[in-house]
Design a protein around this ligand. Structure first.
Ligand code: ADP
Length: 540
């Protein structure tokens, strides 16, 4: 017997419809490319989104068409999130920091029909316009007068504001199955080609509700939310959807993510919650230290994408009274997988115990399940020590990649092999020890690069650190530590600092000081490059 409750489909259009109707006057703050601030609200944004939806229909955009975006985190990008998926098309957010060849590849793989681009990326699009055959028109996110006159572009170029201006707002959102694809995001493809992860309306809405809840990001309409994780990276971790659902003031930081710009926005807009990868916070802390500034409004900050070192959690708490919410996820997991929140029994923990616990990547939010297995796919114990391949499952976890029929990382019963190595403790707290491809196997034993890195960056004169496995005659592989200093420090000092904190056989065979470390398009340390460069360092 079926239940007698409404079959109303979970559609993304309902988010903006709700906030337009019930949080109409709540502000949305937009920063343009020159850092100028523009303020609007959910009510006016809903009207613009509905105009965009109609103009897309006029451009013959239909259910299932993919629409590419190459844009920073800004208002027009937000409008595209809702306007495109609202009519059943797919909002394909492209990471502009990928290599040109990868951008061409994913536009073609996704068969983008239209491409919406920020002015900053217009030159790039002109350059590749002959190689992106499915794209019919380019829409520049601005006014007609903003568009530079380029003769050598083979596609029709339209100004976004013209689309919005010359059209009526859509009356009613179309209704279709909640299983319909809504947005598309490619993994950054550090190995092989990027792979398309295709979210659905249903997965997005359930993820949105889960992300807002108290044991996740704990957000409500009283918050002021600024996603720093870019809108082209796993939908800014789903945070724009959350802000819209709860009707919180939303601050979109645009392209300037340096310490000073971020600090100014956090203070001026009284942001209470933000989210980004650790590299962003390194830049912010550097600014705060040199300028002797304090964060006065921020209450909590989600950190993920790479492991958050304990020293960062301490700095946020002790110096700025900000609670770090350490989270783990992937493009394939929408991205929220686990969130580090204390349990009732942790109430009595000392500060030190709390910080220690917070360095773990957290427990699965309701909906997600995790497990660790060995290479032969045998289950491993949840003892907080044994490390194995991390698997994940849930309604917002991908079950395959776009245009790829056979996948050896998905099982029929819904589990996904993440490529991360982790341990899980009795309470379900998961700790990432490495990515499979970064793990160091020294004489058959595993050494966690993340753990050594986290300990190293706690040295007050160290800014950033990376550990890589390099070839060794006797042990196959040994750790090499690469350090970027914040102040003058010697190799001996670093060794001394590590001495009582890591096992002797984990001690890096050498330490090199570099001016900077290379980062991926999503702000992680690009270890493949370092490995290629230093692979033979110990055997030469
Ligand atoms: P990309 O590889 O394109 O940057 P993702 O954003 O999907 O793509 O990256 C997901 C990976 O980031 C995870 O598999 C994991 O290795 C790493 N990661 C994410 N969050 C954390 C975290 N809190 N601690 C350690 N690693 C993390």
């Amino acid at each position: 017997m079926l239940g007698l409750m409404s079959d109303q489909q979970l559609l993304i259009s309902s988010l903006i419809e709700h906030s337009g109707k019930y949080h109409g006057q709540t502000e949305i703050v937009d920063c343009d490319n020159d850092g100028k601030i523009y303020k609007t609200n959910y009510s006016d944004t809903l009207v613009r989104v509905k105009k965009l939806a109609n103009s897309l229909k006029n451009l013959n955009v239909n259910l299932g068409d993919t629409i590419g975006t190459l844009a920073w985190s800004n208002l027009r990008h937000l409008e595209l999130y809702y306007g495109v998926s609202g009519i059943g098309a797919i909002c394909h957010t492209i990471n502009p920091r990928l290599f040109k060849e990868q951008i061409i590849y994913i536009i073609n793989d996704a068969k983008n029909k239209l491409l919406f681009v920020d002015l900053d990326f217009f030159d790039l699009v002109v350059e590749i316009s002959n190689e992106i055959n499915t794209v019919e028109h380019i829409v520049v996110l601005g006014k007609k007068e903003d568009i530079p006159n380029k003769k050598n572009i083979s596609k029709k170029v339209i100004a976004y504001e013209d689309l919005i201006e010359n059209v009526n707002a859509l009356n009613e959102w179309p209704i279709f199955s909640e299983k319909t694809a809504s947005s598309l995001c490619y993994t950054s493809g550090t190995t092989g080609n990027p792979k398309g992860v295709l979210y659905s309306h249903r997965s997005t809405l359930i993820h949105t509700i889960a992300a807002a809840n108290p044991d996740s990001f704990n957000l409500s309409s009283l918050d002021v939310i600024m996603p720093i994780a870019p809108m082209f990276h796993a939908n800014a971790w789903g945070i724009p959807y959350v802000a819209t659902m709860i009707g919180a003031k939303l601050v979109l930081p645009g392209r300037h993510l340096d310490g000073k710009s971020i600090y100014n926005l956090l203070e001026r807009e009284k942001v209470t919650f933000t989210a980004a990868v650790p590299t962003i916070w390194l830049m912010l802390f550097q600014f705060l230290e040199t300028e002797k500034k304090k964060l006065n409004h921020l209450k909590s900050c989600a950190i993920g994408g790479s492991a958050c070192p304990k020293v960062m959690i301490e700095n946020f708490a002790e110096k700025h009274d900000v609670n770090v919410i350490h989270a783990w996820g992937m493009t394939e997991t929408s991205p929220l997988g686990t969130v580090n929140r204390p349990l009732n029994k942790h109430k009595e923990f000392t500060k030190e115990q709390k910080y220690e616990l917070a360095t773990k990547q957290g427990r699965p939010v309701y909906g997600v399940d995790i497990k660790i297995k060995d290479d032969e796919r045998n289950d491993l114990p949840r003892d907080g020590k044994t490390a194995g391949n991390l698997w994940v499952k849930g309604p917002w976890i991908c079950k395959g990649y776009m245009n790829i029929i056979e996948s050896d990382v998905h099982t029929k019963d819904g589990w996904f092999l993440t490529g991360d190595v982790a341990n899980i403790d009795e309470d379900g707290y998961m700790q990432i020890t490495d990515r499979v491809k970064d793990v160091i196997k020294s004489g058959g034993e595993w050494i966690s690069t993340i753990e050594i890195e986290n300990i190293t960056v706690a040295h007050p004169k160290v800014k950033e650190a990376a550990v890589i496995g390099v070839k060794h005659k006797k042990w196959d592989e040994r750790p090499l530590l690469l350090v970027v200093k914040s102040e003058e420090v010697s190799k001996e000092e670093v060794y001394e600092f590590l001495a009582d904190k890591i096992a002797k056989w984990w001690m890096p065979d050498d330490i090199l000081f570099l001016n900077e470390l290379p980062h991926t398009a999503t702000g992680k340390i690009r270890k493949v490059d370092l490995k290629t460069k230093y692979l033979n360092y110990l055997i030469n």
